[in-house]
Design a protein around this ligand. Structure first.
Ligand code: GLN
Length: 445
């Protein structure tokens, strides 16, 4: 809340607007060029909110990091954005850089250049919502929102030392979010602390008649108050906390487990037997859905077009020049996996694995309040170090993809440094357990 004697709402927004305009990390693809009149009767009056480029914002470029949507200005705003601005009174500060169509883990797949990690500008901020993470970490915005399909909020939050929450699938409307993989895409928050996460989340959740898969949350988001973990049972899945995780990340993870014990939690090893197959299932399901969702970019309806002699040539040349390499790779993989004769072997099988992973979590939550893991297997990596090796890039999602496939909420909170770079601690709970997750996260913050 803004108190008398502090900056007024206008000045507060203006302060961030100037910082954002001078952002040195290429975190923004668009910044508000003036400070609008602010309605001080609303709860978020004056609060600048940075929004991932793939959220549609009326009359303002919404390019999803892609050349094919160059200067596309939608005729409407996403429901989540409207709730934050029209209902809660926040003000759109800027649109943030991202991997093209949210495909990536480093923000290097943006058609608008990579975003740099504010902790070390030779390194990536993670992705795909790297711009939204960098604006909060670099203090050019107090709050931002992003999307998480397989880890795109939690992993960049971890790599930039901030808090990132992926809510339960359906908690926030997807209406007006430029789609990547519709059965996985979920909007969420980036903030500096857990209390702010609760505030920002509270304004975004809700069932929306424009999104048939939206549910909202069964109870309002509470501001968390917990200072202990008394009676809380934490399960550590062996499959996601051992092999493949950097030593420094594991060290920080174990220290946080000790902290949890000192706050009254019990910590036990458990198993999610199918979780290691999460990546393989995800990298079939997500590309399959993207190949369908991205069919609409044909040069006729949105943004960029290459003129050609025939309609078919125009489609081909537009898509050839408008999509980046990773997007093309996924469209090809997805189209292949969905082709007749291959569906059962690939997409159908991946969906079965998805069900088994969801069941693993269900079983685990019979015994534990939360499943905890390192958020990402390593710290922020050097720019260009993984761009030529898609599999190395995909491995970044090892600990975050299982929760996405199961549709359950998970938060990443900063838990120390390794090699001088931030590390994240992930807390996942059953569907709709956001309030309890926020309590646990606050206690460990
Ligand atoms: N890195 C994963 C991918 O490339 C996840 C992306 C996301 O969550 N949007 O698909």
């Amino acid at each position: 809340a803004i108190r008398s004697g502090d900056l007024d709402a206008q000045e507060y927004f203006d302060f961030y607007r100037k910082r954002a305009a001078a952002d040195p990390y290429n975190s923004y693809v668009w910044v508000a060029d003036e400070t609008p009149a602010i309605d001080t009767s609303k709860p978020f009056a004056g609060v600048p909110i940075a929004i991932k480029d793939l959220f549609c914002t009326e009359g303002i470029p919404s390019q999803a990091g892609s050349k094919i949507l160059e200067d596309y200005r939608p005729p409407y705003s996403a429901t989540s954005v409207k709730k934050l601005t029209d209902d809660a009174g926040g003000t759109l500060l800027g649109k943030t850089n991202q991997d093209e169509f949210a495909m990536g883990s480093s923000t290097e797949n943006s058609a608008y250049g990579p975003t740099l990690n504010p902790w070390d500008t030779t390194r990536v901020p993670g992705g795909s919502s790297g711009g939204s993470a960098a604006v909060v970490a670099g203090a050019t915005a107090p709050w931002s929102i992003g999307t998480d399909t397989g880890g795109s909020i939690r992993q960049p939050a971890a790599l930039t030392g901030i808090v990132g929450l992926k809510p339960t699938y359906g908690a926030i409307s997807r209406y007006g979010m430029i789609a990547f993989a519709s059965s996985l895409d979920q909007a969420g928050t980036f903030t500096r602390d857990v209390t702010d996460t609760a505030m920002l989340l509270s304004a975004m959740v809700g069932q929306d008649p424009c999104d048939q898969t939206s549910l909202g949350l069964p109870e309002p988001v509470r501001i968390p108050t917990a200072d202990s973990l008394k009676g809380i049972r934490l399960g550590v899945p062996e499959e996601l906390s051992g092999e493949g995780i950097e030593e420094g990340v594991l060290k920080a993870f174990n220290e946080t487990l000790e902290l949890a014990k000192s706050l009254g939690a019990t910590v036990e090893t458990t198993h999610l037997p199918h979780a290691p197959h999460g990546l393989a299932a995800y990298y079939l399901i997500a590309p399959a859905e993207c190949s369908s969702n991205l069919a609409r970019y044909d040069g006729v309806r949105f943004g960029f077009r290459k003129q050609a002699d025939s309609l078919l040539e125009m489609y081909n040349q537009t898509r050839e020049a408008g999509f980046g390499a990773e997007v093309k790779r996924r469209i090809m993989l997805g189209t292949y996996a969905l082709s007749s004769g291959y569906y059962d072997a690939y997409y159908g099988r991946a969906q079965k694995v998805r069900t088994l992973i969801a069941q693993d979590f269900k079983n685990a939550f019979d015994q534990f309040d939360f499943i905890v893991t390192p958020t990402a297997p390593g710290v922020a990596f050097e720019l260009n170090s993984k761009t030529s090796d898609p599999l190395a890039m995909y491995l970044n999602d090892f600990c975050t993809v299982p929760m996405s496939l199961a549709g359950i909420p998970a938060i990443s909170i900063p838990n120390g440094l390794s090699e001088g770079l931030p590390v994240g601690f992930q807390i996942a709970g059953p569907a709709f357990s956001e309030n309890r997750i926020l309590d646990a996260a606050l206690a460990l913050e």
